[in-house]
Design a binder for this molecule. Sequence first.
Ligand code: ATP
Ligand SMILES: Nc1nc2c(ncn2[C@@H]2O[C@H](COP(=O)(O)O)[C@@H](O)[C@H]2O)c(=O)[nH]1
Length: 196
Amino acid sequence: MIAAKPGKLVVISGPSGVGKSTVVRQVLKQLGQSVRLSVSATTRPPRPGEREGVDYYFLTDAEFRRRREEGDFLECIEVFGRGHWYGTLWSEVRSSLSQGKWVILEIDVDGAGEVLRQFPEAVTIFIRPDSVEELERRLRSRGTESEDAVQRRLAVARHELQLSSQYAHQVVNDTVDQAVDQICDILRSRGLEPEA
Ligand SMILES: Nc1ncnc2c1ncn2[C@@H]1O[C@H](COP(=O)(O)OP(=O)(O)OP(=O)(O)O)[C@@H](O)[C@H]1O
Ligand SMILES: Nc1nc2c(ncn2[C@@H]2O[C@H](COP(=O)(O)O)[C@@H](O)[C@H]2O)c(=O)[nH]1
């Protein structure tokens, strides 16, 4: 019997509002079945249009705590303070890796550090804005955050930008198409094979 070649984890980070979800959606479309997205769990409330099991698994504080205690998370963290937890579920990565699929984790820099500790061979990509002013414009134009939340996210963004040199690859999201092409090229250069 020939076992499938195991897949790889791809950690994509970048400041809130830089365009990670926008870019990753297009990457998944371009690369097809060989790559899938890990859907994270969170205790933050859904935004208008967000769907359970597609954008996140939306958990109550008690559910999140119970699952954390039961060891369901590869990593989890309270991002931006103010009590909202985010985490990567083992169930989102284990079976895909064993089937030879590559799994994209869209997570913050501290979560990325924990993933790298457990999966040193993970591919790490940091998505940067062309400027902090443009990042602020995108965050506001999305219209999903209060002024207070925008300020907290911008403060965390400065911290994340300082840690970005720890990532193997950096991509500037100036235009979505260019960022998508660069990420697809990086994954191919790291061994991603086209779908059979
Ligand atoms: N290259 C780009 N040029 C202009 N606007 C962009 C670009 N990429 C994304 N955007 C816009 O920026 C906003 C933030 O994008 P998105 O929600 O994908 O960011 P994110 O990094 O996933 O944020 P978060 O980490 O908070 O979930 C959206 O309104 C999106 O349409
Ligand atoms: N460590 C983790 N960070 C995560 C995870 N899922 C998302 N995130 C980070 O949260 C922010 C905010 O997301 P939003 O949807 O509330 O705007 C995002 O920038 C990610 O970096 C996770 O599972 N683990």
